[in-house]
Design a protein around this ligand. Structure first.
Ligand code: CTP
Ligand code: CA
Length: 219
Protein backbone atom coordinates (compact mmCIF):
# COMPACT_ATOMS: atom_id res chain seq x y z
CA UNK A 1 0.00 0.00 0.00
CA UNK A 2 1.35 3.43 -0.92
CA UNK A 3 2.07 5.73 1.98
CA UNK A 4 0.07 8.95 2.12
CA UNK A 5 2.07 12.05 1.13
CA UNK A 6 3.70 13.95 3.98
CA UNK A 7 4.85 17.59 4.28
CA UNK A 8 8.46 18.24 3.26
CA UNK A 9 9.38 19.00 6.86
CA UNK A 10 13.06 18.07 6.43
CA UNK A 11 13.77 20.14 3.32
CA UNK A 12 17.33 21.50 3.52
CA UNK A 13 18.37 19.15 6.31
CA UNK A 14 21.06 16.49 6.05
CA UNK A 15 20.62 13.33 8.09
CA UNK A 16 23.09 10.46 8.36
CA UNK A 17 21.64 7.02 9.10
CA UNK A 18 23.60 3.85 9.87
CA UNK A 19 21.85 0.52 9.40
CA UNK A 20 22.33 -3.22 9.35
CA UNK A 21 24.98 -5.37 11.00
CA UNK A 22 28.71 -5.17 10.42
CA UNK A 23 30.80 -8.11 9.32
CA UNK A 24 34.19 -8.49 10.95
CA UNK A 25 36.44 -10.84 8.98
CA UNK A 26 38.28 -13.70 10.67
CA UNK A 27 39.82 -15.10 7.50
CA UNK A 28 38.91 -14.87 3.78
CA UNK A 29 35.78 -17.01 4.21
CA UNK A 30 34.58 -16.34 7.78
CA UNK A 31 33.31 -13.38 9.77
CA UNK A 32 31.69 -12.26 13.04
CA UNK A 33 28.18 -10.88 12.56
CA UNK A 34 24.78 -10.48 14.24
CA UNK A 35 21.10 -10.92 13.37
CA UNK A 36 20.34 -7.32 12.36
CA UNK A 37 18.31 -7.26 9.12
CA UNK A 38 18.69 -3.52 8.46
CA UNK A 39 14.92 -3.14 7.98
CA UNK A 40 14.39 -0.55 10.73
CA UNK A 41 17.31 1.61 9.62
CA UNK A 42 16.31 1.46 5.95
CA UNK A 43 12.72 2.37 6.88
CA UNK A 44 14.01 5.39 8.83
CA UNK A 45 16.15 6.52 5.90
CA UNK A 46 13.10 6.19 3.62
CA UNK A 47 10.87 8.17 6.01
CA UNK A 48 13.42 10.98 6.32
CA UNK A 49 13.81 11.20 2.54
CA UNK A 50 10.01 11.27 2.09
CA UNK A 51 10.05 14.45 4.16
CA UNK A 52 12.51 16.07 1.79
CA UNK A 53 15.63 15.46 3.86
CA UNK A 54 18.98 14.76 2.23
CA UNK A 55 19.76 11.32 3.58
CA UNK A 56 23.09 9.51 3.63
CA UNK A 57 22.51 5.85 4.48
CA UNK A 58 25.59 3.95 5.56
CA UNK A 59 24.66 0.31 5.32
CA UNK A 60 26.33 -2.82 6.58
CA UNK A 61 25.87 -6.05 4.59
CA UNK A 62 22.11 -6.44 4.07
CA UNK A 63 19.93 -7.61 1.25
CA UNK A 64 17.58 -4.63 0.95
CA UNK A 65 16.75 -2.20 -1.86
CA UNK A 66 17.93 1.39 -1.52
CA UNK A 67 14.99 3.62 -0.53
CA UNK A 68 13.93 6.36 -2.96
CA UNK A 69 16.00 9.55 -2.89
CA UNK A 70 18.54 8.14 -0.44
CA UNK A 71 22.29 8.18 -1.06
CA UNK A 72 23.57 4.82 0.09
CA UNK A 73 27.08 3.76 0.93
CA UNK A 74 27.77 0.10 1.62
CA UNK A 75 30.40 -0.96 4.16
CA UNK A 76 31.43 -4.24 5.73
CA UNK A 77 33.19 -3.54 9.01
CA UNK A 78 32.71 -1.22 11.98
CA UNK A 79 35.91 0.56 11.09
CA UNK A 80 34.67 1.23 7.54
CA UNK A 81 31.33 2.40 8.94
CA UNK A 82 33.11 4.82 11.30
CA UNK A 83 35.09 6.31 8.40
CA UNK A 84 31.99 6.62 6.23
CA UNK A 85 30.10 8.44 8.99
CA UNK A 86 32.98 10.88 9.47
CA UNK A 87 33.15 11.47 5.70
CA UNK A 88 29.41 12.17 5.54
CA UNK A 89 29.61 15.09 7.99
CA UNK A 90 28.44 17.75 8.52
CA UNK A 91 24.88 16.70 9.24
CA UNK A 92 21.96 18.20 11.11
CA UNK A 93 21.08 14.86 12.66
CA UNK A 94 22.43 11.33 12.83
CA UNK A 95 20.41 8.21 13.55
CA UNK A 96 22.65 5.30 14.47
CA UNK A 97 20.50 2.26 13.88
CA UNK A 98 23.29 -0.13 12.92
CA UNK A 99 24.02 -3.12 15.11
CA UNK A 100 27.74 -2.50 15.04
CA UNK A 101 29.88 -5.47 16.08
CA UNK A 102 31.47 -4.65 19.42
CA UNK A 103 34.52 -6.77 18.67
CA UNK A 104 36.55 -7.79 15.66
CA UNK A 105 39.15 -10.51 15.25
CA UNK A 106 42.43 -9.19 16.65
CA UNK A 107 44.29 -10.74 13.72
CA UNK A 108 42.75 -11.39 10.32
CA UNK A 109 44.28 -14.47 8.75
CA UNK A 110 45.34 -13.92 5.14
CA UNK A 111 44.64 -17.61 4.45
CA UNK A 112 41.67 -19.77 5.37
CA UNK A 113 42.20 -21.18 8.86
CA UNK A 114 42.57 -24.96 8.78
CA UNK A 115 41.07 -27.10 11.48
CA UNK A 116 44.13 -29.34 11.74
CA UNK A 117 44.38 -32.09 14.33
CA UNK A 118 44.94 -30.02 17.47
CA UNK A 119 42.48 -28.41 19.88
CA UNK A 120 40.92 -25.27 18.32
CA UNK A 121 42.98 -22.11 18.73
CA UNK A 122 41.13 -19.41 20.73
CA UNK A 123 39.84 -16.52 18.62
CA UNK A 124 41.43 -13.35 19.98
CA UNK A 125 39.17 -10.31 19.81
CA UNK A 126 39.81 -6.58 19.78
CA UNK A 127 37.33 -3.85 20.67
CA UNK A 128 35.79 -1.88 17.80
CA UNK A 129 35.49 1.89 17.86
CA UNK A 130 32.16 3.15 19.25
CA UNK A 131 30.86 5.20 16.33
CA UNK A 132 28.04 6.88 18.27
CA UNK A 133 30.17 7.83 21.28
CA UNK A 134 32.92 9.13 18.99
CA UNK A 135 30.43 11.26 17.05
CA UNK A 136 29.01 12.63 20.32
CA UNK A 137 32.41 14.17 21.08
CA UNK A 138 33.26 15.23 17.52
CA UNK A 139 33.59 18.97 16.91
CA UNK A 140 31.20 18.39 14.00
CA UNK A 141 28.66 16.58 16.20
CA UNK A 142 25.21 16.77 14.58
CA UNK A 143 22.76 18.93 16.51
CA UNK A 144 20.52 15.91 17.08
CA UNK A 145 22.21 12.60 17.78
CA UNK A 146 20.04 9.53 18.11
CA UNK A 147 21.12 6.04 19.10
CA UNK A 148 19.30 2.75 19.23
CA UNK A 149 19.59 0.34 22.12
CA UNK A 150 18.78 -3.29 21.56
CA UNK A 151 18.28 -4.92 24.95
CA UNK A 152 16.99 -8.28 26.08
CA UNK A 153 16.44 -7.34 29.76
CA UNK A 154 16.04 -4.22 31.95
CA UNK A 155 15.33 -2.40 28.70
CA UNK A 156 14.61 1.08 30.09
CA UNK A 157 17.38 1.11 32.72
CA UNK A 158 20.01 -0.07 30.30
CA UNK A 159 18.85 2.33 27.59
CA UNK A 160 18.78 5.37 29.89
CA UNK A 161 22.30 4.58 31.09
CA UNK A 162 23.38 4.14 27.47
CA UNK A 163 21.98 7.55 26.48
CA UNK A 164 24.07 9.28 29.14
CA UNK A 165 27.19 7.16 28.67
CA UNK A 166 27.32 7.69 24.94
CA UNK A 167 26.33 11.35 24.90
CA UNK A 168 23.32 10.86 22.63
CA UNK A 169 20.33 13.20 22.74
CA UNK A 170 17.80 10.44 22.26
CA UNK A 171 17.88 6.69 22.51
CA UNK A 172 15.30 4.50 20.84
CA UNK A 173 15.18 1.45 23.06
CA UNK A 174 13.84 -1.81 21.79
CA UNK A 175 13.30 -5.12 23.45
CA UNK A 176 14.93 -7.73 21.23
CA UNK A 177 14.13 -10.68 23.46
CA UNK A 178 11.34 -11.66 21.00
CA UNK A 179 11.58 -11.97 17.21
CA UNK A 180 12.27 -8.31 16.49
CA UNK A 181 15.48 -8.94 14.60
CA UNK A 182 14.42 -9.75 11.07
CA UNK A 183 10.72 -9.22 11.86
CA UNK A 184 8.50 -6.44 10.51
CA UNK A 185 7.29 -4.88 13.75
CA UNK A 186 8.94 -3.26 16.70
CA UNK A 187 8.02 -2.10 20.22
CA UNK A 188 10.16 0.85 21.20
CA UNK A 189 10.59 3.50 23.87
CA UNK A 190 11.83 6.97 22.94
CA UNK A 191 14.18 8.10 25.71
CA UNK A 192 15.08 11.78 25.85
CA UNK A 193 16.90 13.81 28.54
CA UNK A 194 13.78 14.20 30.64
CA UNK A 195 11.18 11.81 29.29
CA UNK A 196 10.39 8.24 28.29
CA UNK A 197 7.67 7.69 25.72
CA UNK A 198 6.56 4.11 25.21
CA UNK A 199 5.09 3.52 21.77
CA UNK A 200 2.61 0.76 21.05
CA UNK A 201 3.85 -2.16 18.97
CA UNK A 202 4.11 -0.82 15.43
CA UNK A 203 5.27 -1.92 12.00
CA UNK A 204 8.91 -0.90 11.52
CA UNK A 205 7.70 1.45 8.78
CA UNK A 206 5.33 3.12 11.27
CA UNK A 207 8.12 3.46 13.86
CA UNK A 208 10.20 5.10 11.14
CA UNK A 209 7.43 7.52 10.14
CA UNK A 210 6.81 8.59 13.73
CA UNK A 211 10.51 9.00 14.47
CA UNK A 212 11.02 11.03 11.29
CA UNK A 213 8.23 13.39 12.37
CA UNK A 214 9.86 13.80 15.78
CA UNK A 215 13.21 14.52 14.14
CA UNK A 216 11.62 17.13 11.87
CA UNK A 217 9.97 18.79 14.89
CA UNK A 218 13.26 18.85 16.81
CA UNK A 219 15.23 20.36 13.91
N1 CTP B 1 27.08 1.79 18.33
C1 CTP B 1 28.06 2.37 17.56
N2 CTP B 1 29.30 1.81 17.49
C2 CTP B 1 29.58 0.68 18.18
C3 CTP B 1 28.58 0.07 18.97
C4 CTP B 1 27.33 0.66 19.02
O1 CTP B 1 27.80 3.41 16.95
N3 CTP B 1 30.79 0.15 18.10
C5 CTP B 1 25.75 2.44 18.41
C6 CTP B 1 24.62 1.64 17.80
O2 CTP B 1 24.46 1.95 16.44
C7 CTP B 1 23.45 2.10 18.63
C8 CTP B 1 24.06 2.40 19.99
O3 CTP B 1 25.44 2.61 19.76
O4 CTP B 1 22.91 3.30 18.17
C9 CTP B 1 23.87 1.35 21.03
O5 CTP B 1 24.39 0.12 20.58
P1 CTP B 1 24.42 -1.09 21.60
O6 CTP B 1 25.08 -2.25 20.97
O7 CTP B 1 23.04 -1.25 22.14
O8 CTP B 1 25.33 -0.46 22.75
P2 CTP B 1 26.74 -0.85 23.33
O9 CTP B 1 27.32 0.42 23.90
O10 CTP B 1 27.56 -1.57 22.34
O11 CTP B 1 26.37 -1.76 24.56
P3 CTP B 1 26.10 -3.34 24.69
O12 CTP B 1 27.16 -3.82 25.61
O13 CTP B 1 24.70 -3.43 25.28
O14 CTP B 1 26.17 -3.96 23.31
CA1 CA C 1 26.91 -3.45 21.24
Amino acid sequence: AALTPVPRSLEGRHVVVTAGPTHEPIDPVRYIANRSSGKQGFAIAAALARRGGRVTLIAGPVDLPTPANVVRQDVQTASEMAKAVEAALPADAAVMVAAVADWRAADISAQKLKKGDDAPAPLRLARNVDILATLAHDRRRPRLLIGFAAETEQVLDHAQAKRRRKGADWIVANDVSGDVMGGDSNTVHLITADDIESWESLAKIAVAERLADRIADAL
